[in-house]
Design a binder for this molecule. Structure first.
Ligand SMILES: Cc1ncc(COP(=O)(O)O)c(C=O)c1O
Length: 489
């Protein structure tokens, strides 16, 4: 390593790159047997990293060895097929390569001339995303960190454009009459955070109850809008779910868009989990009306199998982003160099410095093609249907909620009879499954009752790994029952 810079010699760098590639390859060697979770106690993990600030550098090859044992080999099994919790996709190999290349050239995705190719790639990914969702081809958009940021961005654009006449960017919310956001009770909690961050306050977020399919109740929604109007409040925005996190429910987006129009409101769609399943011909109709949204949140690190992080907000035109974020600053002014065709991302988004998130999306789409990506989404859905069938066929599980997407909610019932006992047992089952670690799965609350929730969003799953999920849950549950009996005896 030279003393003048932080660079290694070409030979050393090549050796380290090769060594790191070996680490990557070893992660894939035995991927089908990768545990869902490695149950190391928190204190132990903390202790692995308990060291003083290093004054001298470590032999980088030894550092890579340390990384392999402490970080890579202990990682939660997002890559492998045994992860079912939250919405964790398995990433993809082309994106691993893309991330390495993007980090090599270290482009700042802000002013056009700081990253000409990357800026045009981001614009292209926005255009392709608009095409996937049936949005206008000249839609504006921006790559953001994930679904939470994508919802916040969509709602920020909504707020700033909707209340532009009131001068909201200058005066803030002072002196304005309270305005109200509407969504179903199944809406993701990141929307609550956005509503708080935007100064609207969760007292003005109306969570409307859902029907038996967990879709927003349209009649109750309209009644609530009328009540709020009568009380002198201003209805501002309806948020439709294009795939809820709990059950994958898709609201009646067409009716929501009509209501938003009728009451002169902004229409935002949270498609972080489910919007990309609209690519499937069989499901297209379920999403009717999504293409009419004023803004939509999408997550590429969910159903486009990207590694974290990568989300996207689409709005109907670039000007909406500019009206929300544009700020002039002498040190950022590129007006003279710009012939009008360069899109300056710093004028269309909150961040100034940004990494090139669109690059891995672009490389993945080009490498795999949409046909293959669609097939992977379909496979996730087919495997969820397969799980539902196995649950229904079994004598010791019950299906609680299925979905048109790839989430299944079920419970282990064993020989238990009362619902109370079953619900309580399933709650206690979760920490035991975490200790076991062969699969990683979590639960949720559906209309007040606990259920196990399995989300399929990994192209490395199969019927065999799905059978394994039920087998592991059954084994851990039976072990708990035996232990309970021993305690009583
Ligand atoms: C429907 C929905 N919206 C928003 C989010 C938040 O996305 P992120 O975790 O990328 O911030 C999620 C995450 O699971 C989600 O399922």
């Amino acid at each position: 390593m030279s003393e003048e810079t932080l660079d290694f010699s070409n030979g050393e760098f090549k050796q380290l790159l090769n060594q790191s590639s070996e680490l990557v390859l070893r992660q894939f060697e035995n991927i089908h047997n990768q545990k869902g979770y490695n149950d190391h106690p928190q204190k132990e993990v903390e202790q692995w990293f308990d060291e003083e600030l290093p004054e001298e550098g470590l032999d980088p090859s030894k550092l890579l060895d340390e990384v392999e044992t402490k970080v890579l080999n202990t990682a939660t099994g997002n890559l492998g097929p045994h992860m079912y919790a939250y919405v964790m996709s398995g990433g993809n190999q082309m994106a691993i390569i893309a991330e390495k290349l993007a980090n090599t050239i270290n482009q700042n995705q802000t002013k056009w001339h700081l990253a000409p190719a990357m800026n045009e790639i981001e614009k292209r990914v926005i255009r392709w995303t608009a095409q996937m969702l049936g949005f206008p081809m000249d839609s504006g958009g921006v790559l953001v960190s994930g679904g939470s940021a994508a919802n916040l961005t969509g709602l920020t654009v909504g707020r700033n454009v909707f209340f532009e006449k009131e001068g909201i960017r200058k005066t803030g919310l002072f002196g304005m009459k309270p305005f109200v956001v509407y969504a179903s009770e199944e809406v993701h909690s990141c929307v609550d955070k956005s509503v708080e961050l935007l100064g609207i306050g969760t007292n003005h977020l109306r969570k409307i109850t859902t029907n038996a399919s967990f879709q927003i109740d349209l009649e109750k929604l309209e009644n609530q809008i009328k009540v709020d109007l009568a009380q002198g409040l201003q209805p501002f925005c309806i948020i439709g779910n294009a795939g809820t996190v709990n059950t994958g429910a898709i609201d009646d987006l067409e009716s929501l868009s009509k209501l938003a129009k009728q009451y002169d409101m902004w229409f935002h769609v949270d498609g972080a989990y489910g919007a990309l399943a609209a690519l499937l011909d069989d499901l297209k109709l379920e999403y009717k009306g999504m293409e009419l949204a004023d803004s939509i949140a999408i997550d590429f690190h969910k159903w486009l199998y990207q590694p974290f992080e990568g989300g996207c907000t689409l709005v109907r035109n670039w000007d909406n982003l500019r009206r929300t974020y544009y700020k002039k600053a002498a040190y950022l002014d590129t007006e003279l160099a710009n012939d009008g065709n360069r899109l300056e991302y710093n004028e269309h988004y909150f961040q100034l410095s940004r990494n090139a998130k669109a690059f891995k999306v672009w490389m993945s789409i080009k490498a795999y093609g949409m046909k293959r990506l669609r097939a992977m989404i379909q496979k996730d859905i087919d495997l969820t249907d397969y799980l539902n069938e196995q649950v229904k066929k079994s004598e010791d599980f019950e299906l609680v909620a299925d979905s048109k997407l790839a989430v299944s909610c079920f419970r282990y019932v064993g020989n238990m009879e009362s619902k109370e006992e079953i619900v309580q047992f399933n709650r206690l089952l979760m920490p035991e499954l975490e200790k076991d670690g062969r699969v990683f799965i979590m639960g949720t609350q559906l209309k007040g009752d606990y259920a196990i929730r399995a989300c399929f969003i990994n192209h490395r799953k199969s019927e065999e790994t799905t059978d394994y999920l039920l087998q592991v849950i059954r084994e851990v549950a039976e072990k708990m029952i035996v232990q309970k009996k021993q305690l009583i005896a």
